[in-house]
Design a protein around this ligand. Structure first.
Ligand code: ZN
Length: 383
């Protein structure tokens, strides 16, 4: 099994290189569009057939190097295999690279890349994270990308082989919510307050810009959008890293809600609905899944129906159990605890049903005991 990661590396090209990078992207897009025309004409998305039909032409017309031409053909054939992309037009925003036309030089952190007219050494602006990830690696594929704001990036693809997930010795249940973005079954939570404050501020700025409707307002709007999405990704990375570290320390699996179709299923007031959609739960889950895979941690998506209405201890399920958004009081036995904590416990229990957790109690005799029915703790008092 293996995982594929993309490391986005910002380039710091000279003015001359910038022109050359632009020319390369234009030539690559031209080659893609020519190839697509040929592929559609011969009704084939077979790389060998398409290459045979158009390789010479696109090299002469677009002036691309042999390997870039091959990459363009490969991209088109892959894209046209998807029915929805059958008639797509390729824009000069990215180009694909393989090991023969791209390499990383670690001692000065530069990329050597074949451009339209020559091979160039491109300086980069890398952060510590990127350097740590790329250290000692020989990446074999990458994509040159021009962002909307005109900056150039190289998205380096790193392939890691990972072992099969380890047999878990515990189960962490995680609930995604509004007040707390994420809560685990032991009561740890990630507050959404700071994020919410920023989101509101950006929302106000966005409305002002949309009303103005001028060109500079649109630019500003784009900037706000980018900043908001960066912040969101940062928070999601922070939460997922914390959760993965916890799972690794306790050798636990992670149970989380099955989020497919979260947008239409969640019942919330209008104001909260925009919060839920605005907050990228899907991104958080994606982060958790790929990071878990890398560390050999099992992730179990569980059915979240009634997890917010059922008391995690006595199992009594009633809508009125949940007194308010944040408060849970069992109508049957009167215990009270925070609603999201209760939900996280339910999710944990469902995860344990899906994948019974075994624990080694005596390593010498390898005596295995199930820990599915361990006692749970509450806060608050009963009546
Ligand atoms: Zn009860």
């Amino acid at each position: 099994m293996y995982t594929v990661r993309t490391i986005a590396c910002k380039l710091a090209p000279t003015e001359e290189q910038r022109t050359e990078l632009n020319a390369t992207l234009v030539a690559f897009a031209d080659a893609c569009n020519c190839t697509a025309d040929v592929a559609r004409a011969i009704h084939s998305t077979n790389k060998v057939l398409v290459q045979h039909a158009c390789y010479q032409d696109i090299r002469q017309q677009c002036g691309l190097s042999a390997n870039l031409a091959i990459r363009a053909i490969a991209r088109v054939c892959a894209a046209l295999k998807v029915p929805a992309k059958m008639h797509s037009v390729f824009a000069p925003t990215s180009a694909d690279y393989d090991a023969r036309i791209f390499s990383l030089r670690e001692w000065d952190w530069t990329f050597s890349m074949t451009l339209l007219h020559h091979r160039a050494h491109l300086a980069t602006k890398l952060g510590d994270y990127q350097k740590r990830q790329l250290q000692g690696r020989l990446p074999r594929s990458a994509t040159l990308v021009k962002r909307r704001d005109g900056t150039f990036f190289v998205h380096v693809v790193l392939t890691d082989t990972v072992s099969e997930p380890e047999e878990p010795h515990g189960m962490i249940g995680m609930d995604l919510g509004i007040k707390n973005l994420a809560t685990t079954d032991d009561g740890e939570h990630f507050s959404g307050d700071a994020v919410e404050a920023v989101r509101k501020r950006y929302g106000r700025m966005r409305r002002t810009c949309q009303q103005a409707g001028t060109k500079s307002a649109k630019r500003k709007l784009q900037k706000i959008r980018m900043r908001e999405s960066r912040m969101r990704a940062h928070e999601n990375h922070r939460m997922s890293n914390r959760l993965i570290a916890k799972a690794k320390d306790t050798r636990s699996a992670i149970a989380c809600e099955d989020l497919t179709g979260i947008g239409d299923r969640i019942t919330a007031r209008k104001a909260q609905r925009s919060r839920l959609k605005g907050w990228a739960f899907y991104q958080l889950r994606t982060f958790i899944i790929y990071k878990a895979k890398r560390e050999g941690i099992l992730v179990l998506p569980v059915d979240q129906r009634n997890t917010s209405r059922t008391f995690s201890s006595c199992g009594h399920c009633e809508k009125r159990n949940r007194k308010s958004r944040d408060e849970f009081v069992c109508r049957h036995c009167g215990y009270a605890l925070p609603a999201d904590w209760n939900a996280a416990k339910n999710i944990q229990a469902r995860g344990e049903v899906m994948h019974p957790v075994v624990e080694v109690v005596d390593a010498g005799t390898q005596n295995l005991v199930e820990t599915t029915n361990k006692p749970r703790q509450f806060i608050g008092s009963g009546s």
